[in-house]
Design a protein around this ligand. Sequence first.
Ligand code: ZN
Ligand code: ZN
Ligand code: ZN
Length: 511
Amino acid sequence: METICPIDRKCASQISVLLHPSPPPLQVQEYFEELISSRQCRGIKVKQNGEFGKGVYADLDFKEDELILKDPMLVGIQHPSNKIDCLVCSFCFQFIGSIELQIGRKLYLQSLGLSASKVCDKEGISKDFCDSNSADEEDDCYVKECKRLRKCASSSPNGKVTLPKGVVQSLMNGELVLPHSEKFSLPPAISCPGGCGEAYYCSKTCAEADWESSHSLLCTGERSEALSREALSKFMQHADETNDIFLLAAKTISFTILRYRKLKAAHLKRQNKYTDPVELDCAELSLLLEAWKPVSIGYKRRWWECISLPDDVDRSDETAFRMEVRDLAFTSLQLLKAAIFDQECEPLFSLEIYGNIIGMFELNNLDLVVASPVEDYFLYIDDLPDPEKGEAEEVTQSFLDALGDGYSVCCQGTAFYPLQSCMNHSCCPNARAFKREEDKDGQATIIALRPISKGEEVTISYIEEDLPFEERQALLADYGFRCRCTKCLEEDTQLISKQEHIKKKLGFGEV
Ligand SMILES: [Zn+2]
Ligand SMILES: [Zn+2]
Ligand SMILES: [Zn+2]
């Protein structure tokens, strides 16, 4: 039987306004102009064009390899399984701590996977691990963190060589300093002021910005503003076990609620105390719409309708599969609702809105990638002239061996980038997302692949553009369109004429 979400019914009219806000084009234009002026970019414009909705256009000439845009994310997450490999700021996603902490922490978490859950379940781990300075707040937090990561750790590849525990520990607590690591200094790891021990930041600024933007509602620590921290933990556990895209959806909802509360406070201040309640009621929806605006811009469809059918699911089971996905989203939403529900933002807790938010992430293929300074460090050591290289390697080689192939793993996640998501696809794009050496955080960086002249549309490729025509079209069908870029049009006519040629040869009727 089909799951029925009561809020879908109760808030039907508000939901339809949220999903089809049709804000006056001028307002959308204003929103993008504001966004562009707040970013590091030389000259682009977002324009509405009939066939594909929005598109990004060059407003200046760009040279090959020139930076077109740096686009900070609206919301983003690091994949839970990637948290073992990389310790990054939960807001800007740059690597934090030190090269030693990055390596030590990873080896430590890997060793937990090696000796399975028994080490982590017991207090043994906190003893082993924190004995030297058990009063240290940060070490305590790493222990909490590892408990949550345990599940992922057990499935992660382990290094070939195991190092003595004491060595790993001294890397983490700063007693052991690796040669030349000072050339790769990182900002300190500041733990979440809410006390969750799960989020770390590069600075107080990032900690505060994240708290205000979404984390105050999603923090599982003592200072959390969630309704129930227990419900929140259940929600997170469910997301870890099923699909981490739910964490991103929760961030989006939390972001909207917190924006709504700020807008409302400002509104009340303006109105003074004399507002009559009926008037406020009307204002609530328009405030919610305003709070939702950054999310409303993204192209959306219901998740269970736009998710592509996995290879191992038979076509005949498609309906059942989609129903199952919908049920899974509903279960996740109920857990989230128990954790952070806000009556004034009720429509956000409808399955319709939840499904559309997740669908937005599904349809906007926006990977979050930040290169690892640990990789740079080992490359630097490898490039040193002798005898410096030999001396350094006497210390570093055993760590490199213990890390195995995984030494270079970068920070990986999913994010929503407001401007990048407006860029249309082409199989012969004139731009690409590419991180240069100086791009060390989670912002999307778009670089010109060839000269682009003013007025030209800026396009990127959503897929591997060197694949054969049919494969490209199949992949793009997952994004809900058939590509008609110049390359596709050219290859399509070639394909048709080839087919016609074969038909003719075989003597199949008129062509
Ligand atoms: Zn940061
Ligand atoms: Zn927290
Ligand atoms: Zn194409």
